[in-house]
Design a protein around this ligand. Structure first.
Ligand SMILES: Nc1nc2c(ncn2[C@@H]2O[C@H](COP(=O)(O)OP(=O)(O)O)[C@@H](O)[C@H]2O)c(=O)[nH]1
Ligand SMILES: [Mg+2]
Length: 239
């Protein structure tokens, strides 16, 4: 039996947060589900608490990376963390499968891969750029470079400087690899809510792009980051 704290960063997710919390609570090794309510104005925190989560409530929006950091700071020292997106709903139960390589001492971080086409539209360019950045940084091709579904060794997680906002995931992968941590990807039957293709969706992708670029640049330099990004645009077969 492992001692796992699940951290769910959430902003305005009344539509899915209760189902996500309920699903995570069913995972035997999860001793606590911690929802970091990042300045929501729709009652996400209250709904999550009713569903059984402990709430870390942030008064103003700090972004995903710092929200997860607040969750880690509030969590004591669990053996492992599960990081799970708030919009997974019932499918969050599959996060249980990510814990296996950690309990077998076969990996320090496990990334959950969505089924094909599980990702929302408009993600292609960003995903390709992130894949190329990680390939150039680590020599490995990741299927889901920006997946928020992760199991991470506890003491390793607490030793890292987490990248701000949506740079969290790419920063984690670069830093865990650099620290000598073993990283595994596992396919799971995850699903999440689609990001729209309207102005809001486009703005969301633009912010993710900015954050991924900044997290990469602060670790690998702007030159290397821009080289990886342009390579991802020019070639289709190199990753
Ligand atoms: N803490 C925090 N989490 C956020 C914020 N925006 C989105 N998230 C969470 O980040 C995760 C991924 O966001 P999502 O909108 O699903 O992005 P996508 O899956 O890449 O389209 C979800 O758990 C969201 O609740 C934010 O401003 N702050
Ligand atoms: Mg999502």
């Amino acid at each position: 039996m492992m001692h796992v704290v699940a951290i769910v960063p959430a902003k305005n997710r009344v539509d899915s947060i209760a189902a996500t919390v309920t699903a995570l609570s069913q995972i035997p090794d999860v001793v606590e589900v911690l929802v970091v309510d990042d300045g929501s104005i729709d009652g996400t925190g209250e709904i999550a608490e009713k569903a059984g989560a402990r709430i870390v409530s942030l008064n103003s929006n700090v972004g995903k990376g710092d929200a997860v950091l607040a969750g880690v700071a509030a969590s004591g020292a669990p053996q492992s963390y599960l990081l799970v997106d708030a919009d997974l709903g019932d499918s969050a139960v599959h996060a249980a499968e990510l814990l296996r390589p950690l309990s077998d001492n076969a990996a320090e971080m496990v990334i959950g891969v969505f089924p094909k086409a599980g990702r929302s539209k408009g993600f292609g360019l960003l995903k390709r750029a992130a894949t190329q950045i990680l390939f150039d940084a680590t020599g490995r091709k990741f299927a889901e470079p920006l997946s928020g579904q992760r199991a991470v060794d506890g003491s390793l997680m607490r030793s890292l400087n987490l990248a701000p906002r949506f740079g969290l995931e790419i920063g984690l992968t670069i830093d865990v690899d650099k620290a000598g941590g073993r990283i595994e990807e596992i396919a799971g039957d995850f699903s999440h809510l689609p990001t729209g293709r309207g102005p809001k969706g486009i703005l969301h992708r633009a912010k993710q792009f900015r954050d991924v670029a900044q997290a990469s640049a602060s670790r690998l330099g702007w030159r290397g980051t821009l080289e990886s990004m342009s390579r991802s645009l020019m070639r289709r077969t190199n990753t």
